[in-house]
Ligand binder design. Structure first.
Ligand code: SF4
Length: 388
């Protein structure tokens, strides 16, 4: 993993994007702001899953009018997503949103952009400049990813310079395409042009399966190259799934730890239990746990005990049940039908010992190894990114 690119910190409500702030997870509501009750319920579910910033579409005046109450009651900072009409952007700023997402190219000319930038600057509200490959002139549709990426970066720089020229520097940049190669090229190039925090993601990524894989490759690759300050996985699915996949990417890249990592074997001819339902039930039960914990679920006594011992809590299944481990020690033997409950009970006990507020983790052997590696590099933080 490369050192994280240095970016300017941009405050967004109680969150900071960029600087030394952790890479944040965001999502976008599927609802019009006028549906306040349902929208707040959706935001609560997203927050419980680990979402840290919520974007809402503001397509009309009715949406603007619903924003003050939404902002006041939302547990997360609210980003207003505005296109075409600068008056909606001004209204959203007046309503107290914490960030504005606009495409300066379609907000209505330099004079109107100047009004929006001045209002945002006065209130200290960040503007996200978003350029999507889909909005490039049609001629770019057939160009290769590098050419399309260069055009996206050029477009973003033009817009950023206009806003900065108006005296507003709280800017986040997003460069998105529906394909991985263009997204990678565009963000790599943008990262060399200035210190604006970068919002990573694909646009129109697709269904949960296709979209998760493509997003993991694009976002994960950039994060491992040290690029990126906030991420949004965009799926044609419940936005809670976007947040779960985003955290899977952060955990898999080692960028941030939150919630439970379930390690499970693929099974083979040695496995004598129905392992997949066990994995499924455990994953479902711990989906919204916040405590960083590793649970290993292994299918046999050959390779299973090794992995199960390494995790915070582990199960090595056998022909008539399984052995439960906690931090490398055998803590129980259970029958097949007791496995899920016993594993979850042991995981609950392990989680209860972790004081996440004080940051006093009871680490797994793997996390001890990672921490030692980080300390060798002079990094004493739990989050590796904090040292960047
Ligand atoms: Fe097969 Fe055992 Fe390895 Fe699972 S842990 S894949 S059952 S050898």
């Amino acid at each position: 993993m490369r050192l994280r690119r240095r970016s300017r910190p941009v405050p967004v409500g109680n969150l900071t994007i960029g600087g030394t702030a952790p890479v944040s997870v965001q999502s976008m509501s599927t609802l019009h702001p006028a549906r306040a009750g349902q929208l707040l319920e959706e935001i609560s579910r997203l927050a419980a899953a680990g979402c840290e910033l919520i974007r809402v579409a503001v397509p009309d005046q009715e949406a603007v009018e619903a924003l003050p109450a939404l902002v006041a009651r939302s547990p997360l900072p609210v980003v207003a997503d505005v296109h075409f009409d600068y008056r909606l952007a001004l209204g959203a700023l007046e309503a107290g949103v914490h960030k504005l997402r606009i495409n300066p190219g379609n907000i209505g000319g330099a004079d109107r952009l100047a009004l929006v930038a001045a209002a945002a600057r006065e209130r200290g509200i960040a503007i996200r400049v978003g350029v999507n490959a889909g909005s490039l002139p049609a001629v770019f549709g057939r160009r290769d990813p590098a050419e399309r990426a260069a055009a996206m970066v050029e477009g973003a720089l033009e817009q950023v310079r206009i806003i900065e020229g108006l005296g507003h520097e709280a800017i986040v940049v997003a460069l998105k395409a529906s394909d991985v190669a263009t997204t990678l090229e565009a963000n790599r190039l943008m990262a060399t042009k200035g210190d604006w925090p970068l919002h990573l993601g694909l646009t129109e990524a697709g269904s949960r399966n296709r979209g998760s894989v493509a997003s993991a490759i694009a976002i994960g690759t950039l994060l491992l190259e040290g690029i990126g300050d906030t991420i949004r996985v965009s799926l044609s699915a419940d936005p809670v799934e976007e947040v779960r996949v985003a955290w899977d990417i952060l955990r898999a890249t080692g960028i941030r730890q939150r919630g439970v990592t379930v390690i499970a074997c693929p099974t083979c001819g040695r496995c004598q239990v129905e392992l997949f339902p066990v994995v499924e039930q455990v994953e479902k039960a711990v989906a919204d746990w916040e405590t960083p914990l590793t649970i290993a679920i292994m299918g046999c006594a050959v390779n299973g005990p090794g992995e199960a011992r390494e995790a915070d809590v582990g199960l090595a299944a056998g022909c008539e049940g399984g052995v439960i481990f906690r931090h490398g020690e055998v803590v129980g033997r259970v029958s097949s039908h007791e496995m899920v409950d016993a594993l979850l009970a042991e995981a609950s006990r392990a989680a209860a010992m972790i004081d996440i507020n004080a940051g006093a983790m009871l680490p797994s052997k793997k996390s001890i190894g990672q921490k030692a590696m980080n300390e060798e590099k002079g990094d004493s933080e739990d989050y590796r990114e904090s040292s960047h």
